[in-house]
Design a protein around this ligand. Structure first.
Ligand code: NAD
Length: 444
């Protein structure tokens, strides 16, 4: 059993705290957001993540997990402190480190004994050294500490399973002994542990996210070409994915990547490169292709509906991907803004994010389920591939609509089937079917 403080109870921090507690450690999870901490003390989760509520309550009941807003209280007796605060994009695309700075200052002022400071936030290369400088400068008296980078690779929606079954743990530090102590904490996860230097560990996180974003933009570029040449990108991706050098993941063509990580991390890496006089040519293309997906979806709607003025459009799904309530950089919200600017009336349904979305965009009318959403719509747009959309009664949906028009931003349905059902349907990159019939066709 080790004593651990986790700073930040967001998607990464709360999952990290709950999982380390579940592994038998004593964890204090800290946040400056008093509402979140008060909620957690009452058992109310600040985020939606499958399995999290049960794991948190089990570990609170066992006395291994507690919550506080006080750094002094949390750090008393802690051997490790994990920083898991947000690092959003700044104005020029650089990572904004104000929360990391504040956390480092607070740790420095409150620490009462030797500490290993482990950074889980995604931070620009060199931040580990900078954190060490901040801690040294803010300590009331010198107390030994080490900084270790431990970038987080979990995905929202499967965060607990990703944390517990990582593909690898990457640790970076100039202090080998400290890195090995952090490695010990991760031994129960039974994954390869790589220990490297601080800067390299920080870079591994950006390079990994940029590579995954590149895969998504790559398949979206292929989708564009498929559309022009009459091939089906879903089949193309499946055929490519069998090759172990390529792999099947991150090859879904459609609306592109969103969320709180890929967009900001690709931007931040490009910014780091440009700052040092390097031209991040590929990263620029990845970002341009991604931004274009949202424009293309609106263009498909224009082609099907003519003007969007006064059309009622229903958005199926609002979050950037299924199984999360995260709306940061969600393509649906970007698309909603464009559609509203073109004079459309918007309705939406999402299984978990409607309340949060309504407060961000009160112009959108929320519906109780997909069938209520379809009522009177001139078009439906699939923005998120929630499981519950995979087996909809599409005839019932069609009957409820004013016009049977659907643009499928996640290639959830089969164009031939949609055409047979009488929909005017457009996916992304679906070209022609195996029977040679155009798959983007209007009703048979
Ligand atoms: P988040 O916004 O969900 O949570 C951050 C939390 O930190 C918030 O609750 C906030 O109140 C708190 N906070 C801010 N300043 C603080 C301070 N000074 N002291 C204490 N608490 C403070 O963020 P997140 O999505 O969990 O991401 C955290 C970091 O992990 C980011 O760098 C992100 O890039 C990285 N990351 C995120 C994911 C993901 O899927 N969300 C995956 C891997 C890595």
């Amino acid at each position: 059993m080790k004593a651990i403080t986790v700073v930040g109870v967001g998607y990464v921090g709360l999952v990290t705290g709950a999982c380390f507690a579940d592994l038998g450690n004593r964890v204090v999870a800290l946040d400056i957001d008093e509402d979140k901490i008060a909620g957690l003390k009452r058992g109310v989760m600040p985020i939606y993540e499958p399995g999290l509520e049960e794991m948190v309550s089990r570990n609170v009941a066992a006395g291994r997990l507690s919550f506080t807003t006080s750094y002094a209280e949390a750090l008393a007796g802690s051997e490790f402190v994990f920083i898991a605060v947000g690092t959003p994009a700044g104005v020029d695309g650089e990572a904004d480190l104000k929360h990391v700075r504040a956390a480092a200052e607070s740790i420095a002022r409150a620490m009462s004994g030797p500490l290993i400071i482990v950074n889980k936030s995604t931070v620009p290369v060199g931040t580990g050294d900078w954190v060490a400088d901040i801690v040294r400068a803010n300590q009331p008296r010198p107390i030994p500490f080490a900084v270790v980078s431990c970038p987080e690779f979990l995905r929202e929606g499967s965060a607990i399973s990703d944390f517990m079954n990582p593909a690898r743990t990457v640790l970076g530090s100039l202090d080998r002994e400290a890195a090995e102590k952090v490695a010990q904490l991760h031994l129960p996860l039974r994954a390869p542990i790589m220990i490297t230097d601080l800067r390299t560990a920080e870079m591994i996180k950006y390079a990994s996210n940029a590579f995954l974003a590149t895969k998504i933009s790559f398949i979206n570029e292929i989708a564009n070409i498929c559309e022009a040449l009459g091939a089906d990108v879903k089949e193309v991706a499946a055929g490519m994915g069998y090759d172990p050098r390529i792999g099947p993941d991150m090859l879904s063509a459609g609306l592109g990547y969103g969320g709180s990580c890929f967009p900001k991390d690709v931007k931040a890496l490009a910014h780091m490169a440009a700052e040092k006089g390097r031209h991040p040519q590929l990263l620029q293309a990845v970002m341009e292709i991604n931004a274009d997906r949202r424009r293309q979806l609106v263009e498909k709607l224009r082609q099907l509906l003519g003007t969007l003025q006064d059309k009622t459009i229903g958005l199926l799904g609002l979050t950037f991907k299924p199984n999360t309530d995260d709306l940061r950089e969600a393509p649906a919200l970007d698309i909603a803004r464009t559609l509203l600017a073109e004079g459309a009336r918007l309705r939406a349904y999402d299984p978990v994010a409607m309340r949060a979305a309504a407060s961000l965009m009160p112009q959108i009318t929320m519906a109780g389920d997909p069938y209520a959403l379809a009522q009177g719509c001139d078009a439906l747009v699939i923005c998120t591939e929630w499981n519950e959309f995979k087996q909809l009664d599409l005839l019932r949906i069609k009957q409820a609509m004013r016009q049977p028009v659907m643009v499928d931003g996640r290639n959830l349905y089969e164009p031939t089937q949609m055409s047979r059902l009488g929909f005017r349907y457009r996916g992304f990159g679906r070209g022609h079917g195996p029977d040679g019939q155009p798959m983007e066709a209007d009703p048979e």
